[in-house]
Ligand binder design. Structure first.
Ligand code: SAM
Length: 458
């Protein structure tokens, strides 16, 4: 059995000894051990030591041989690597071969790497792109990479977009990231959200959390049909996207709903709202980040089990729906979350830290809340978590469908600014009474649409 010491000694003695050792290895375990422990290779290392292993039947051995070839940076092996990249039966070997070609950082390999951009495996293409980007600025390289803008793979598209899109024609917000416009700070508007948002400039909001009307399941929302409802939501969320700051979050609380049957001759109808609205959101430029499931105690929801409990006939099984979704989206950007965090000063980041216990799972057990005026309110705890996890102190938190204003209350409790819109007067009044006792350093303005329009002009 070969040892690490044997390998170190052979490396010190030179290529002759390495050839001798490599030829003496007659079982796969020993070969793998040798290749895994070759480590840093001497400057004069002869890559031919590795060549027999590149043809081995075991893919792990081929993979390790290819990996070691990449350390040598000798273009003499580029043809071998290209052959493996194009033809090996194992995809990890193919990908490693491209990566080794790239690690050579040799201009001579450019045509080989360009050839690999036509591969059918997106991971091979991405390795080739990475290797070619070292030569960004070279006309041939830029032309070949730009051709991938329309590639069917979304990761490839986005890498090329980030590398080659001209940011010059993008309208940039004139405000620093952590700031917003004073006319929407701590403001509640009694109006249709679509009318209000027309008066709000791009990139003004840090976080939106909302629970929209439940199609026609409650009396405050009457739509002619489900498609009209989805189109309305899509219109609102497109506007929310526009007014959201770069890379910031939008959290949508919905759940499938059931519209009761018209008579015993009909069945009730289910509408999977979160799943139906999701494709619209992705298309308009929201990146899907997470799905959080809010779970309520079984005793708090409507019991649908009575019939089944009695007769136990298959197909008529009806589970009690205890869950709602919080779908977490981020405004599409090439910037990392770190960029967003860096827009804040040290003190704000420190003050906004989520200290102590926090929810580690994507399943949140929270009791529902009930309100004397509004029939479907957020529990305050749900809002507290969202605000704490997805915003900084001083941020502007928006709820386009504010209802009784629970999100506003959470925002104030946690030192954030609020911006709420609510169409119906009785709920608008409820917001006023709900926020009366919350503490905050600023006064809240309660405005009609006309008053808000005047404020927006100033
Ligand atoms: C599910 S409720 C939100 C409840 C809220 N999360 C709370 O904690 O009280 C949805 C709210 O959206 C409001 N709404 C419906 N259409 C609207 C529109 N076009 N503009 C503004 N608000 C609207 C409804 O009146 C309702 O109060």
């Amino acid at each position: 059995m070969i040892t690490k010491q044997n390998i170190i000694e052979a490396k010190n003695k030179g290529n002759g000894e390495l050839f001798k050792i490599s030829k003496s290895l007659n079982d796969s375990r020993n070969i793998v051990f040798f290749l895994e422990n070759l480590g840093y290779l001497p400057k004069d290392f002869n890559g031919d030591v590795l060549m027999p292993f590149v043809k081995n039947n075991h893919s792990k051995i081929r993979y390790l041989a290819v990996k070691n070839l990449g350390k040598i940076k000798d273009v003499k092996y580029a043809d071998t690597l290209l052959k493996l990249a194009l033809n090996d039966s194992d995809s990890t070997v193919r990908r490693e071969a491209v990566s080794s070609l790239g690690r050579m950082r040799s201009k001579e390999n450019i045509p080989k790497l360009i050839k690999l951009l036509n591969d059918h495996d997106p991971k091979v293409i991405l390795q080739a792109i990475r290797a070619l980007l070292v030569f960004k600025g070279d006309k041939k390289v830029d032309k070949s990479l730009n051709q991938l803008k329309e590639h069917p793979n979304e990761t490839i598209q986005s890498v090329i977009e980030i590398e080659y899109s001209s940011h010059t024609n993008k309208k940039l917000s004139t405000l620093p990231h952590k700031e917003t416009y004073s006319f929407i700070k701590n403001v509640v508007v009694n109006a249709d959200v679509l009318d209000v948002l027309k008066l709000v400039p791009d990139e003004a909001v840090h976080l939106t959390f909302t629970s929209p009307p439940y199609y026609n399941a409650r009396d405050y929302s009457i739509y002619q049909g489900y498609q009209e409802y989805l189109d309305f939501l899509a219109q609102v969320f497109e506007e929310v996207h526009r007014v959201t700051k770069e890379g910031r979050f939008f959290i949508l609380n919905t759940s499938p709903i059931i519209i009761p049957r018209v008579s015993r001759q009909h069945s009730s109808k289910r509408y999977p709202i979160p799943f139906d609205i999701h494709p619209y959101l992705v298309k308009m430029g929201w990146d899907f980040i997470d799905d959080i499931v809010w779970v309520k105690p079984e005793a708090s929801v409507k019991n649908r089990n009575a019939g089944f409990l009695q007769h136990r006939k298959p197909l008529a099984y009806k589970p009690n729906p205890l869950t709602e979704y919080l779908m977490v989206y981020r405004k599409k950007t090439s910037k990392l979350i770190d960029w967003n965090i860096k827009q804040y000063d040290h003190q704000t980041v420190k003050d906004s830290k989520v200290l102590g216990e926090y929810e580690t799972k994507n399943v949140w057990d929270i009791d529902p809340s009930f309100d004397k005026v509004h029939s479907a309110v957020f529990p305050l705890e749900l809002c507290h978590r969202v605000v704490k996890y997805y915003s900084f102190k001083g941020d502007l938190i928006f709820d386009p469908f504010a209802g009784s204003g629970t999100l506003g209350k959470a925002a104030m409790n946690l030192g954030r600014n609020l911006f709420l819109t609510e169409k119906y007067k009785n709920y608008f009044e409820r917001i006023k009474s709900n926020l009366k006792n919350a503490t905050f350093f600023d006064e809240i303005k309660y405005l009609t649409y006309e008053q808000f329009r005047e404020e927006a002009k100033i």
